[in-house]
Design a protein around this ligand. Sequence first.
Ligand code: SAJ
Length: 443
Amino acid sequence: MLISENIDTAAAAAELKKRIRDKTARVGVLGLGYVGLPLAVEFARAGFDVTGFDVQQSKVDCFNSGHSYIKDVKDGVFEPLVRSGKLRATTDFSAIRDLDTIDICVPTPLRKTKDPDMSYVVSATDAIAEYIHPGLLVMLESTTYPGTTDELLLPKLAGKGLEVGKDFFLCFSPERVDPGNPKYQTSNIPKVVGGITPTCTEIGALFYSQALEKVVPVSSTRVAEMVKLLENTFRMINIGLVNELALMCSRMNIDVWEVIDAAATKPFGFMPFYPGPGLGGHCIPIDPFYLSWKSKEAGIEARFIELAGYINGRMPEFVVEKIQNALNDATKAVRGSHIHVLGVAYKKDIDDVRESPALDIMLLLERLGAVVTFSDPYVRRIQTSAGYLEAQDMYSSVAEADCVVVVTDHSAVDYTSVVERSKLILDTRNALKGFRSPNIVRL
Ligand code: SAJ
């Protein structure tokens, strides 16, 4: 039964809080990816009736079959919730009219011009605006620039004359999901939430506290939006710093890995980051540019972000330069050489190749006339500009290659065999830390 059917909107907040407390609130999650699906599961596990929404029928069908396509959510947990009827998915967005809460968990990528692509957020908001009713709590979780919730979502949702903080409630709460993290999952990662009004914040915090271990209310949606950008910009800039340090150490013939390990013995005031072949993934290379885009609009040049982005973006070229020099020392040219890339995922022990620097490195090598192969325990094939490239057998490839490049330091790789079989190895991840061999070159 909709809140608006039997009480005036002034009491909408009280009724919604009651439904959240007694877990009769009907919960919605829009976008069933690595953020939305685990979130839907946590609220279903907490005892709420949960409806997931997605535009992909295949995802909805898989979801309703009780099979979790998100590795961090095991079928043993997921299937019983679906079977019990507490958890379902649909492509029919009109079901929003029967909900008390809805969380937006859709992608916020960058366009080629490094401008934010808000198209997913806009279409999700338009869908909610069509079915919005008094008493609805709307939460945006997608990482975005400060001002998105109040400038972009609020006017659309208030379009039918409903008053925010009285008739409906609007918050921002940054997603902090770290896929594959064995220790921190949706339920035990502290949840920051900020509302358009204090009542919105109060209701948003009450909502999350029903299913998550720790909730951190903040004073506004903009603070909450900026929190996430600080977290990921902090990482991106510090990675840029150590990558620049790697460039310096390479020229000064200093082992950058030894420097960082020794610096990390400092018990305070230092946090180790490590150089690598470049920045991959769908968060760190992207989120900071949401901040720099918005700060430009505010008249401030985000120079740290731009500079770190430049340095991180140059690392694939630096890796190829190291390969060229290493082959040169073996009196070989890149052109015609067989170069085997070991690991193409954007970070260790996962199968995600989005924005992976391995793809840039392979493209640069192919342009120089190298014969490039790859192997990765988690990736069978990748899409390149020339089509699909299938993974090759690691053992035979590293034995045949003129140069092996460790781009992703997966734990599952038998590095002893790699070192024994390879003529020449460039290690961009310090994966061969324990090995001393003349055929190993480090970043
Ligand atoms: N990287 C380095 N050096 C480092 C750390 C990372 O080169 O010292 C590279 C990685 O190889 C990768 C890229 O940076 O290519 C991003 O790595 P990441 O460890 O930041 O992993 P992500 O992209 O999965 O980031 C996510 C983020 N989580 C969310 O946005 C919710 C980030 O905030 C987390 O801190 C991070 O996971 C994590 O700690 O695993």
